[in-house]
Write a protein that binds this ligand. Structure first.
Ligand SMILES: *Cc1c(COP(=O)(O)O)cnc(C)c1O
Length: 430
């Protein structure tokens, strides 16, 4: 694996970009070494500036579900580019994307487009408070909902009633209305609901957790929080920024029988361009300005380039319907992982849901943030670099989800299978 040009660019990048990046995970801190700089992508693959080719499991952290440079998406983008790409007035593209998104979510009448998942989530919290007249929000440790102040809270110690900010610069006051419960632990939620009767506006959850690595909720846990929310007039805020359109055409909420009051979006619905959205039934969305008294705005919200990339991506997904194939491909990779792991005596837990999965280097089931953190990050680090050498680009952290794209072929997957076998061998012989 040649790295000279990437190393040079990394040195240069650090001069005027903080840590050489615009989002921390890109700096490769948890796997060490120098991050790769990308020159181009096509289909299932990306190519770095040194000419190395990789099968891409990062996919821009989710949006590129069709692979890179899907012709129908490029065509739509070019058409938009030719007629102008920012007006500050509504275009038909926004109506079309809103329609296709609302159609795919049965309990949602209206959406508002914004520019990132972060923005979608903090607007959704404002809406939950505006609608309910209550203040507090329950969040689960290990779930990530973007970098809004009130959601950057210590996810560490399971159930804590009062919590401290996770980042410098976040005032303690900004998190005083955030309550932390443990994923898959219904009692931790019950306790909070009991402690703050009549002041909990919403429960926010990743329906399939992806930001501590992939962690699945149990059906009992989902049914339990839904019941609690219903009995106590608490809104369910389901954060589908990562999961929306990833494992079915629609939301993970349908697949796990969770009914959202407010849903948040990002990633796939922008097809690789900056986007976010939040949506709910009419009665709730009536609160949002200009219909209601909850203010929320955006200069570039509903931007034509993002709308056309998102719209073309969703249309293509509907046409391809890759979800059954995704399931087969993830099952194939799961088998490969367990076979090779057993062969070399490496402890692995392969958590998967549709086209997203994480192999954790641990012998224990991973069901929440605490058990995820038992994974051996040193093993992951060796595994990561062995995979890179073999031409497979993974998220550079144990606690991220890998994503399949519909552009991956059986040849790609066989290559990945061989790489996994080699990388697990490297992990074992260390
Ligand atoms: C990525 C992500 C966000 C944040 O979205 P940005 O576009 O990075 O601001 C929020 N919630 C979830 C579940 C995510 O995966």
């Amino acid at each position: 694996m040649k790295t000279q040009k990437s190393v040079e660019l990394y040195i240069k990048a650090q001069q005027h970009l903080v840590g050489g990046v615009n989002s921390p995970v890109r700096a490769f801190k948890s796997v060490g070494g120098s991050p790769i700089f990308i020159e181009k992508g096509f289909g299932s693959k990306i190519y770095d500036v040194d000419g190395n080719e990789y099968i891409d499991f990062v996919q821009a952290y989710g949006p590129m579900i069709l692979g890179h440079r899907m012709p129908s998406v490029e065509k739509a983008l070019k058409e938009t580019l030719n007629v102008g790409y920012a007006f500050g007035a509504t275009t038909e593209l926004e109506i079309q994307l809103a329609e296709i998104v609302c159609d795919a979510f049965p309990h949602m009448d209206k959406v508002r487009f914004v520019n990132s998942g972060t923005e979608a989530v903090f607007s959704a919290l404002r809406l939950a408070r505006a609608y309910s007249g209550k203040n507090k929000i329950i969040k689960f440790s290990g779930c990530y909902h973007g970098h809004a102040d009130s959601l950057l809270v210590a996810a560490g110690s399971g159930v804590a009633t009062f919590c401290l900010p996770d980042s410098q610069g976040v005032p303690v006051d900004a998190v005083k209305n955030t309550l932390i419960a443990e994923y898959n632990n219904l009692d931790s939620v019950k306790m909070l609901v009991k402690s703050f009767p009549n002041d909990i506006a919403g429960i926010i959850i990743e329906p399939i957790a992806g930001n501590m690595g992939v962690v699945l909720p149990t059906p009992e846990f989902i049914a339990g929080i839904q019941k609690l929310a219903c009995e106590n007039n608490i809104l369910m805020i389901v954060d589908e920024v990562m999961t929306g359109f990833r494992s079915k055409f629609g939301g993970a909420q349908d697949l796990i029988n969770l009914q959202a009051d407010i849903t948040t979006f990002g990633k796939i619905i922008g097809g690789g361009f900056p986007v976010g959205a939040y949506g709910a039934r009419d009665e709730i969305m009536q609160k949002v300005s200009p219909l209601g008294e909850m203010y929320q705005a955006g200069t570039l919200s509903g931007n034509p380039m993002s709308m056309s990339a998102g719209l073309a991506t969703l249309k293509e997904l509907k046409k391809q319907n890759p979800y059954t194939q995704f399931e087969k491909n993830t099952t194939f990779l799961e088998e490969i992982f367990y076979q090779s792991a057993q062969k070399y005596g490496v402890a692995v837990q392969f958590n998967r849901f549709g086209s997203m999965f994480t192999p954790f280097f641990t012998a224990k089931n991973v069901t929440n943030f605490k058990t995820a953190q038992l994974a051996d990050t040193q093993k992951f680090k060796r595994f990561f670099w062995a995979m890179m050498e073999q031409g497979v680009f993974l998220p550079p952290s144990q606690f991220e989800s890998w994503f399949l794209s519909s552009a991956m072929t059986s040849t790609d997957l066989q290559k990945v299978a061989n790489a996994v076998d080699y990388a697990l061998y490297k992990v074992a012989i260390h």
